[in-house]
Design a protein. Sequence first.
Length: 291
Amino acid sequence: MKKSVFLFSAIACGVLLPQGHSYAFLIRYCIMLILFCSLLDLEVDAKSALNPRLGIIVAMMMAIGGMTAWVGNWFSPDLGLTAFMVAMAPTAAAAPVMTRLLNGRVDYVMTSVIVTNSFSAIALPLILPVLSPTAQAGINWVALLNTLVVVLLPLALTQLLQKLSPQLVKQLLPIKQAGFYLWVGAIYLATAKATHFIEAESTSSQSFLIEIALVSLLLCVVNFGMGRWLGGYDWGQEMGQSLGQKNTLFSIWICLTFLTPVIALGPMFYIVFQNLYNSYLLARNPKLEQV
């Protein structure tokens, strides 16, 4: 529960003290460091990567993203794009931790982190020009390279360290806990950036912000529910976490860098809802307080 308090405090600080918006460029490096910390002790298993259930997760990301973008576009292009960015967010680096405490298959969820983050890093820069041809700064091959670097560089570094210096990896393991505080700092920066944009530049109405919140809530219910349903009794826990617990920080960075801060509100609302759900799990099972 303490970590949930940190999250909501970071959001509140971003709303009340938006002066940190000028440092939003640091979010990219926070994501890379978070992934590095999370992947330090990961051993890539080709067998796990070829698990057909991972293909289902990626297919559902695309299906839910495409459907919500289509429906949302009936109301406004920005709402459709917001829904798409939420749906296409990859599996969060924290999902394997929750899965471990729920006695699930950690290797599957950790592989989902790698596969879905790599997929989103490739797919988003290629699809977004179709959905948002007027996106700020444009999405191009340079953008594709940037997203791949953010995701694949930490993975390559951790795997290289494991092969060349396993002893150093053991010495670095204590820094894994730093990933959470980097995440909290990045949430503050993202909230400050969005708040500054709404106050200084945005022409969006309050009703539109409420629509974004409702879409994010609906997607949170659909993602966790659909994952558990697809996984059934045996795989419901793992697939629910893989599809529902999302690396929204990556989507927020994409929105702030290549789209507009108002689109980033979708993933930010999703953070609140998925953490409320995780807080429910914490309250239901005291063992989960370690998350």
